[in-house]
Design a protein around this ligand. Structure first.
Ligand code: PLP
Length: 420
């Protein structure tokens, strides 16, 4: 399979029930025969048998170090590792697998960029433009950089219904802006941001854009070349892959100009006590023994996703989200947070008289897994004057029946914990 041509989708339709059968964790009963309803996919999605089997096969037949052994197992592990890189390059339409760097996840990708590229392009007095809906991992690394070099953080506001205030972009994207870092999809609101417009505006001023794709890669086909983002980062564990493994894609000219992030084995060309020289892409950014099993498992997850018919998957996910939204908003005393028309897979809400934590704990006893709190977007929930939200987040294997169980659970929560 060429690394630059997306494969034809093999499936012609989409059957969520059939997909669900691929995920052993979804088949379990918890708390005395209560079937699990898993609605915490924005945090971590479940793992299909294909990925579980691939990890098992790696550990039982291929486990070895990469890029350094002459023996058969090491060569096999290296082949599988590099072949996973090709699969990921195909998955995001990267022009070349060398531009796909393995990281521990979105957080490490963003830290890598801020510590290397950030230091190249952000100077004293410059501005770094973020948005009010960023995850902490797309705030804190930039704050650390800003503190170090004497730059300023600017924040594009979010409207009441959870959209970026794009009509105010001119106030925030100024002659001093050195870099923009923005999430493609909000993990708390589900809003799909108009990143094409943002990237065009930033590029018109020669400002590079870092896209946090943690919540978009699991829910939509991503084409990094069409997006024209300078960087795109995401995590394996939110897209049916293993934890502790993620991807940083970057434009070649940036990656080549950036210094290494970590020093050590596998990232060097030659080492002496006087001076060391570095390897080329992608190894320059992959010091030490990587998470080889994670890489191989993530490659399988990407292949698994590419085998799905994404038009049909998206139609299904939109249907489940719309259905759940309609049912949930009919519950007395409940308010949805994040009502942008362009949304995917996330339904956040609050009860006027019940703390999110109490509601989440109660739902858990009914076998319904949701997330409560600020979802690592503290400035965003504070902007809405909330202590946090209850967040149900869906994946392709969730169904209207899951939404029904959620609504049933929320009605119980209201009845048992509400004031009236
Ligand atoms: N960015 C967004 C939008 C997220 O939703 C998350 C995780 O929830 C992250 C970044 C951080 O991802 P990770 O913890 O996998 O590094």
């Amino acid at each position: 399979m060429s690394a630059t041509t997306k494969p034809q989708t093999k499936a012609t339709s989409f059957d969520a029930e059939a997909l669900r059968a691929d995920f052993p964790a979804l088949q379990q009963d918890i708390y005395d025969d209560t079937p699990l309803v898993y609605l915490d996919n924005a945090a971590t999605s479940q793992t299909p048998t294909a990925v579980i089997d691939r990890l098992e096969h790696f550990h039982s037949r291929e486990n070895s170090n990469v890029h350094r052994g002459v023996h058969r197992l090491s060569q096999d592990a290296t082949d599988e590792y590099e072949s996973a890189r090709e699969s990921i390059a195909t998955f995001i339409d990267a022009p070349n697998p060398e531009q796909v760097i393995f990281t521990r996840g979105t957080t490490e990708g963003l830290n890598l960029i801020s510590s290397t590229f950030g230091e190249l392009v952000v100077d004293e007095g410059d501005e770094i433009l973020l948005t009010e809906m960023e995850h902490h991992s797309n705030i804190v690394p930039w704050q650390m950089l800003a503190e170090q070099v004497g730059a300023e953080i600017r924040v594009l506001p979010v409207s009441d219904r959870g959209e970026l205030e794009m009509d105010r972009l001119g106030e925030f994207l100024t002659d001093d802006t050195a870099l923009v870092a923005v999430t493609h999809v909000s993990n708390t609101l589900g809003t799909i941001n108009p990143v094409g417009d943002l990237i065009d505006s930033a590029h018109a001023q020669d400002v590079p854009v870092v896209l946090d794709g943690a919540q978009s890669a699991p829910h939509m086909p991503v084409d990094v070349q069409a997006l024209d983002a300078d960087f795109f980062v995401f995590s394996g564990h939110k897209m049916f892959g293993p934890t502790g493994i993620g991807i940083l894609y970057g434009k070649r000219e940036h990656l080549e100009a950036m210094p290494p992030y970590h020093g050590g084995g596998d990232m060097i060309d030659e080492v002496s006590f006087e001076k060391s020289t570095y390897d080329g892409l992608p190894h320059k950014f992959e010091a030490g023994t990587p998470h080889i099993a994670g890489v191989v498992g993530l490659g399988t997850a990407a292949e698994y996703m590419m085998d799905l018919n994404w038009d049909a998957v998206q139609a299904h996910e939109d249907d489940v989200l719309a259905y759940a939204t309609e049912q949930v908003q009919a519950i007395d005393g409940l308010r949805i947070v994040g009502t942008a028309p362009e949304k995917t897979s996330v339904l956040s809400f609050v009860f006027e008289d019940i703390h999110p934590y109490d509601a989440g704990t109660f739902l858990d006893r009914l076998g319904i897994a949701v997330r409560t709190g600020h979802h690592c977007t503290q400035p965003l929930v504070e902007r809405y004057g909330l202590p946090g939200t209850i967040r149900a987040s869906f994946a392709a294997y969730n169904t209207r029946e899951d939404a029904d169980r959620l609504v049933e659970g929320l009605r119980c929560v209201k009845q048992m914990l509400g004031d009236s």
